[in-house]
Design a protein around this ligand. Structure first.
Ligand SMILES: [Zn+2]
Length: 152
């Protein structure tokens, strides 16, 4: 039997070392579990308050730093969801470091870091982890400090 319950404080539960069998070090796509959760809700097996239980901190981040999308919230169908990215890694807060500006993505780009991209709806509190990915090879080969690399 599949269970789709998410405990409170799920953000702090996320970590790169305790990822329950998911691939660590590669991009992990969570859209299947997202779809399953939405289906459970639409079939009436989950109540709205069971799927719209975003942590207040996540909703605050979604309001202030959320990356707007054109994807309508699958639950309330009123607002579009926004994307919030958290970076986890050594010396970062246990609950992750919320990315508030695009340049912070470069700032935290280290092999030890993993980014978790979460979608959230500040209208109803729906939230789901979309994907997690290592903060490494997504960048062009722009090594430390060498800013003017234009010429061969
Ligand atoms: Zn919503």
């Amino acid at each position: 039997m599949n269970r789709y319950r998410r405990p409170k404080g799920w953000l702090s539960a996320l970590s790169i070392t305790n990822d329950s069998g998911e691939v660590v070090g590669g991009i992990v796509d969570h859209r299947l579990s997202r779809r399953a959760l939405i289906n459970e809700y639409r079939r009436g097996r989950l109540r709205r308050d069971q799927v719209c239980d975003a942590h207040p901190e996540l909703l605050r981040a979604a309001r202030n730093f959320g990356d707007a999308t054109s994807v309508q919230c699958p639950i309330c169908q009123v607002s579009n969801v926004v994307l919030v990215t958290y970076v986890f890694g050594p010396r970062l807060p246990k609950h992750g470091r919320c990315i508030t500006r695009p340049d912070e993505l470069d700032q935290y780009r280290r092999p030890q870091h993993t980014a978790y991209v979460v979608e959230a709806c500040h209208q109803c509190g729906w939230h789901h982890l979309l994907r997690s990915l290592p903060m490494t090879d997504t960048a062009p080969a722009q090594a430390t400090g060498t800013s003017n690399e234009g010429s061969l």
